[in-house]
Structures are given as structure tokens and as C-alpha cells.
Design a protein. Sequence first.
Length: 157
Amino acid sequence: MPQDLSLLLAQPVERELPSLRDVSEERASLARAPGKWSAKEELGHLIDSAANNHIRFVRAAIDGEFRGPGYAQDDWVRLHDYSGIPWETIVNVWFQYNTLLARLVDRIPEERLDALCFIGTSPAVTLRFVIEDYVLHMQHHIDQLLCREVITQYPSQ
């Protein structure tokens, strides 16, 4: 049901907000390792993912299917220059965007959850899968940027 998927998204967004707000500006600006994103860049990547998935969710819900490109995540992160944006701003944008997406998901007609989505050159998947995958992807990156001992596996294995 759309309401279940909406909760699947809304609950971790609400749950993770305090932990993200506790990250200092200094720590958010440091890369986890050479060649890795900083917390600012990683949460920025999740904003970019939200933007890309927002279009997928809406088009599949309205048109009955989605056909579109994947996205060049490193290019998006670089172009947005999340490193130059205050951590508090990035956290607030991430929270607000995902709150909007949870509301959107709640309003998707049940029958549209089976709409096929053709993303880049990947095999077709249902809109339901895209939503569930988005939430798993988000949790994986939040676990990483918060340096948790247990990282949600993505893709699921």
C-alpha cells in the first residue's frame, strides 16, 4: 500500500534527523577517506537522489510508467559544490525534500505501484521497487556518513 511505503520513507527521515543535526560543521566537511565524499557531499548526494527519484515517482504515478536516464552522481555532487554549503542547510534541505517525497508516495494510487520504470540501461523494475530501493539506498549512505559500526547493505544482498 502507498501508506506503508510512505511510512517506510518517513520513519527513517524522522529518526535520523537528530543524529544528522548532531554532526559538527567541521566533521561534516571532512572526507571519510582519501577519494571518498565528506558527510556534506554524501548527504548532498542523497538530495540529488531525491531529486532524480522525485521525477521517477511522479512520472510513473501519472503516466503509468517511467522511462529516463540514470544519473551521474559524482558530477551532480561536484556541480552542486556541497562542500561550500553549511551543514545545517544541507540537513534541512534533505529533511524537507524527503518529507515532501513521503507525502507524495502516500498519494500514489495503489495500482500505479506496479508501473514499470526503465532507468538508464537497467532492466525494468516496478515503482514499488524504486521506492523501496530509494529508502534502502538512503539508509546505506546515512549509516556510512554517521560512521556506524553496522552499515545497511546496498544493494540488498
